[in-house]
Design a protein around this ligand. Structure first.
Ligand SMILES: [Zn+2]
Length: 368
């Protein structure tokens, strides 16, 4: 991380990759001017960004050892990524870490930070490093001579990366996420140094905001929240009961309106603001109160018109009427489409603005 400047242009370094000949290639974005082969440039390292990356990278060493101590020696690094903002560490493990394990790992790492262990790098033969139990990347090809990085006696790893001089420079280590990324592979995301402080501050601000909105004392947030949730539950229950009562009295008033058309008991009414599902539910309840009757409930809204036809069981048994057949007649009369079962059927169509007229002519439509 840093910048590259020439007399004609300025570049921002976004990352590096290793080329086949072991050269380090800088991947850059041109900020201004142009750059060409043969230009003389000066490269500047962004010290703060580099230090922040070294914090996360060094913390990764401590994290791997801590995971092996808490979870077991089966933990093997599967991948890792570090930048100035955070670290990501993938490792083999068969189950999700429980909150207690996450806390233990986090605490063990922070203890090594507080111990302010020296971070030392040395070169040695691969066989010697292996004999000392240095952790290596499984499947990685190493040369005969390797670089071994140790954090006190806590961690020893083969590594060519950028490290701090002492673990105390990490400042603070905080795990922010633990998840599965593949079968048997977990991923930990963590922050170190200033980003760790920012993470904690952000959580505090969130809690402050919740406390503020709840107007609760710090230790009463959960109690107050539980109280509100209980209250909400009670209100919802009361609302459901009120709706049931309202529906009950609506059905009673519809039953009062039932009249005779020939030998059929019949009622039809337009109801404002009911969805077709609600109409169906109402019609079904009404049907049970009118074994020898036919009921039609109508509603219009949002450019649509809908009718629900219900037929009582006695009429169905006597094969006198079927709601499905009546719905077809109604559809033909109102220009909609409809059908359904013998007990209950629905007709829907475009709102032609004549709902009241249709309701007035309903008996004629169905029995005329
Ligand atoms: Zn390293």
């Amino acid at each position: 991380m840093g910048a590259i400047e020439s007399k004609d242009g300025s570049l921002k370094v976004e990352g590096t990759v290793k080329a086949f000949n072991k050269a380090t290639v800088h991947r850059c974005q041109v900020i201004s001017g142009t750059i060409k082969v043969g230009d003389q440039v000066s490269a500047m390292v962004d010290c703060q960004a580099r230090l922040a990356t070294a914090r996360h990278h060094t913390a990764t060493h401590l994290l791997q050892s801590a995971l092996r101590q808490i979870l077991g020696k089966h933990v093997q690094q599967q991948g890792s990524a570090v930048d100035p903002q955070r670290l990501r560490f993938d490792f083999t493990h068969f189950a999700a870490l429980d909150p207690m394990q996450v806390q233990q790992v986090e605490e063990l790492v922070n203890r090594q930070v507080m111990e302010d262990l020296p971070v030392e790098a040395g070169h040695m033969k691969l066989a010697e490093a292996q004999a000392q139990g240095a952790m290596a990347l499984f499947g990685e090809k190493y040369g005969e001579e390797v670089r071994v990085v140790s954090c006190g006696d806590f961690s020893k790893e083969l590594c060519g990366g950028t490290h701090l001089r002492r673990t105390g420079e990490i400042g603070l280590f905080k795990i922010i996420r633990e998840e599965a990324i593949a079968s048997g592979v977990r991923r930990i995301e963590a922050v170190a140094g200033v980003p760790a402080l920012h993470h904690i501050r952000k959580s505090e601000q969130l809690l402050d905001e919740v406390r503020d909105r709840l107007k609760a004392a710090p230790d009463e947030v959960v109690k107050k929240l539980n109280g509100l949730l209980e209250e909400l539950k009670a209100l919802e229950k009361a609302k459901r009961e009120a709706a049931r009562n309202q529906q009950g009295s609506l059905i009673e008033s519809l039953v009062q309106e039932v009249g005779d058309v020939g030998e059929v008991r019949f009622v039809c009414r337009a109801l404002e603001g009911y969805s077709s599902d609600e109409l169906r539910e109402l019609a079904d309840s009404l049907r049970k109160k009118l074994p020898g009757g036919v009921a039609v409930l109508a509603s219009a809204g949002e450019g649509k018109m809908s009718f629900t036809v219900a037929v009582g069981d006695e009429l169905i048994k006597a094969k006198k009427f079927s709601a499905g057949d009546l719905a077809k007649k109604l559809a033909a009369a109102t220009g909609g489409r409809g059908g359904g079962r013998p007990q209950l059927a629905q007709v829907g169509g475009r709102d032609d603005g004549r709902l009241a007229e249709h309701v007035a002519k309903m008996a004629e439509y169905l029995f005329g």
